[in-house]
Write a protein that binds this ligand. Structure first.
Ligand SMILES: Nc1ncnc2c1ncn2[C@@H]1O[C@H](COP(=O)(O)OP(=O)(O)OP(=O)(O)O)[C@@H](O)[C@H]1O
Ligand SMILES: [Mg+2]
Length: 503
C-alpha cells in the first residue's frame, strides 16, 4: 500500500496563451490537511479541476492508493471518493438548499410500488441531518437564491461533506466566511481528519494556512516548487517561495492625512427590522474607515443602503454639507460615490466580455472624444496601466475575463472602480481571493487614493487587513454600530469584543 491516498504526478495542461500547469505535482496523505499555495494564476484551481475530472490533462498521472487511474468527469471523481468545493460557486438560486445538495443524486421512492419519483421527505430529512452534522442552521427548504454569499458557501461545503469522500478539495472555502463560520469549518475539517479524509486546502489567508494545515505544497507559474511540513514553515518562508522573491512589507507606509468631514450619515435605518438601524458615522477627506463585524452584522446591507441598492431606508446622508437623496445606485455614482460589491459573480463580472471591456465599462464616458467617439488608445492605456499595476495575469487584454483565475478576475474589478475616479469609494471585501503580493499593490493604490484626498470605506473580515489599513474602524454587531476604534489602537481582541456585543 502507498502512504498516499492520492498522487498527481508530472501534470501538464496548456490553455491558449498560457501553460497553466507545467509538470505540477501533489501527493496527499490520509488524515492530513494539505495546503496548496501559489499566487493568483499559479495553477491551483486548474490542478484541482484535473483531479476532479473537469479538465483533461495533457500529460501526467493520477494514482489512488498507488494505482494509476483516470478520472473522466466529476461523477467519476465522486465515485472514486473525490469531492470538491469550487472557488466560483455555482448554486442554482431558484432551488432549495436540499435540492442543491442532492442535485443529480436525489433520493428516490416508488409511487404505487413502481413509478420512481423523488422522495422529498427523505431528501429534506437527510439535508437537515447533514446541516446539523456540519453545524449549520439553515432551513433545508429555503431557496438558495435568498441566502447570502457566505451561506451559499456553507451549503456547498455541506454538499461536499455529504459525498463521504476520501479526498476533499476546498478551493478558497472561507473567502466569504467570517471568523466564527471559519471556526465552524475548521471543526468540520478536524472531524473529517479523524475519519482519515485527505483535505486539499487552497487559501490566500496566511494565518489560516498555518493554523489548519499539516503539509504545504507551493506552486509558481504552473510549476511544482516543493512540499514541506507546515511546522517547518513561516509566513515569510511561504511568501518567498510563492512570489519567488522576498516581500518585506505586507502594508504600505501610511502617509494619508484625514482632513475635514465630507460624508456624514445620521440615524440611517432599514425598514427591515432585522437589518441595520440607527447608524451614524462621519467620514473624512483622505480617510480610510474600516468596517468590521461578524457575518450577519449587516455591514454589506448598510453599504448597499447608502449606495441606493436597497432603497427602503430612513435617515440622512450629507455630502460636503448638502443632504443627498440616493434612491438608486446611479444617484450615488453621479455624486462621485462608487461601490465594489462583495458578490463579484452576481453583480460584477461580465464573463464573456474581455478584460479590457470589464475594466473600462463604467468609466467609458471619461474616454470619449467630442463627447461620443471612444478614444481606443486612451482606453487601451488605462487597461494596460491596470494590468501592469496589479500584475493581472492574462494572455492579452482581449481575453474573456471568465478564463482568468479567480484572483485575477477580482483584480480586474478593482481596476474598474479605480478607473472611475470616485471621491468616496466603498469597498466590500476588496482583496478576497487576491494573493499577498497583489494585495500589497492594491493596498498601495488605496493609500495613494487616500493621500490624494479620496475617502474610503473598507468592509473587511480579515482582521489583519482592517488593522493594517484603517485610520479608524467602525465595528458593527447585529445591525447596530457598537463602537469606533482608532486604527493605531486596534487589536483583534478589541474588534472582536465590539463585534460580539449582542443586545
Ligand atoms: N478555462 C480556461 N481557459 C483559459 N485559460 C485558463 C482557463 N482556466 C485557467 N486558465 C489560466 O490558467 C492559469 C492558471 O489558472 P488557475 O485558475 O489555475 O489559477 P489559481 O492558482 O487557481 O489562481 P487564483 O489564486 O487566482 O484562484 C491562469 O493563467 C488562467 O488565466
Ligand atoms: Mg483558483
Amino acid at each position: 500500500m502507498s502512504e498516499y491516498v492520492l498522487e498527481m504526478i508530472d501534470v501538464s495542461k496548456p490553455f491558449p496563451g498560457v501553460k497553466a500547469l507545467d509538470h505540477a505535482q501533489l501527493k496527499l496523505r490520509p488524515g492530513r490537511v494539505h495546503a496548496l499555495m501559489g499566487e493568483n494564476g499559479a495553477g491551483k484551481s486548474t490542478l484541482m479541476k484535473c483531479m476532479f475530472g473537469i479538465y483533461k490533462m495533457d500529460q501526467g498521472q493520477i494514482r489512488i492508493d498507488g494505482q494509476p487511474v483516470t478520472v473522466s468527469d466529476p461523477m467519476d471523481a465522486l465515485h472514486k471518493g473525490i469531492a470538491m468545493v469550487h472557488q466560483e460557486l455555482q448554486p442554482i438560486p431558484a432551488r432549495t438548499v436540499g435540492e442543491n445538495i442532492f442535485l443529480g443524486r436525489y433520493p428516490m421512492k416508488k409511487l404505487l410500488g413502481f413509478i420512481p419519483v423523488i422522495d422529498h421527505k427523505k431528501m429534506y430529512e437527510d439535508t437537515a441531518g447533514l446541516l446539523k452534522k456540519v453545524r449549520m442552521h439553515f432551513d433545508p427548504r429555503q431557496k438558495v437564491g435568498e441566502l447570502s454569499v457566505s451561506q451559499m458557501q456553507s451549503v456547498e461545503i455541506a454538499k461536499a461533506v455529504s459525498a463521504n469522500c476520501r479526498v476533499l478539495i476546498l478551493d478558497e472555502p472561507t473567502s466569504s466566511l467570517t471568523a466564527n463560520e471559519v471556526d465552524a469549518l475548521f471543526r468540520i475539517i478536524e472531524d473529517l481528519k479523524a475519519e482519515n479524509v485527505a483535505i486539499v486546502y487552497i487559501s490566500h489567508k496566511m494565518d489560516e494556512i498555518l493554523r489548519i494545515s499539516d503539509d504545504v505544497t507551493i506552486m509558481r507559474d504552473g510549476c511544482y516548487i516543493g512540499t514541506w511540513e507546515a511546522k517547518e514553515l513561516t509566513t515569510d518562508k511561504i511568501i518567498t517561495q510563492m512570489v519567488g522573491r522576498e516581500l518585506t512589507n505586507l502594508y504600505p507606509k501610511r502617509m494619508n492625512v484625514p482632513g475635514e468631514v465630507v460624508f456624514e450619515v445620521k440615524n440611517f435605518t432599514s425598514i427591515n427590522p432585522r437589518s441595520f438601524r440607527n447608524v451614524s458615522f462621519e467620514l473624512r477627506k483622505g480617510e480610510i474607515l474600516g468596517v468590521g463585524g461578524l457575518v450577519g452584522a449587516q455591514r454589506t446591507e448598510l453599504m448597499e443602503g447608502l449606495f441606493g441598492i436597497r432603497s427602503h431606508t430612513t435617515g440622512q446622508i450629507f455630502y460636503k454639507g448638502k443632504e443627498l437623496r440616493i434612491a438608486r445606485p446611479k444617484d450615488a455614482i453621479d455624486q462621485g460615490i462608487a461601490m465594489l460589491t462583495e458578490d463579484r459573480r452576481g453583480s460584477g463580472i461580465m464573463g464573456v466580455l474581455s478584460v479590457a471591456d470589464n475594466i473600462s465599462i463604467s468609466s467609458l464616458s471619461k474616454y470619449l472624444d467630442y463627447g461620443f467617439a471612444i478614444n481606443g488608445a486612451k482606453v487601451e492605456k488605462l487597461v494596460q496601466d491596470n494590468v501592469e499595476k496589479m500584475n493581472i495575469k492574462t494572455p492579452s487584454s482581449k481575453t474573456q475575463i471568465k478564463s482568468l483565475s479567480g484572483g485575477n478576475q477580482q483584480k480586474v474589478l478593482v481596476g474598474r472602480w479605480l478607473a472611475n475616479d470616485p471621491d468616496v469609494l466603498i469597498l466590500d471585501e476588496l482583496t478576497r481571493g487576491i494573493d499577498v503580493g497583489a494585495k500589497y499593490e492594491i493596498y498601495c493604490i488605496i493609500e495613494e487614493l487616500a493621500r490624494e484626498g479620496k475617502s474610503i470605506i473598507m468592509i473587511s473580515s480579515e482582521m489583519s487587513e482592517l488593522i493594517g489599513m484603517s485610520d479608524r474602524i467602525m465595528v458593527m454587531c447585529d445591525g447596530r454600530v457598537t463602537g469606533f476604534i482608532d486604527g493605531q489602537q486596534a487589536t483583534q481582541e478589541n474588534i472582536m469584543a465590539l463585534a460580539t456585543q449582542f443586545e
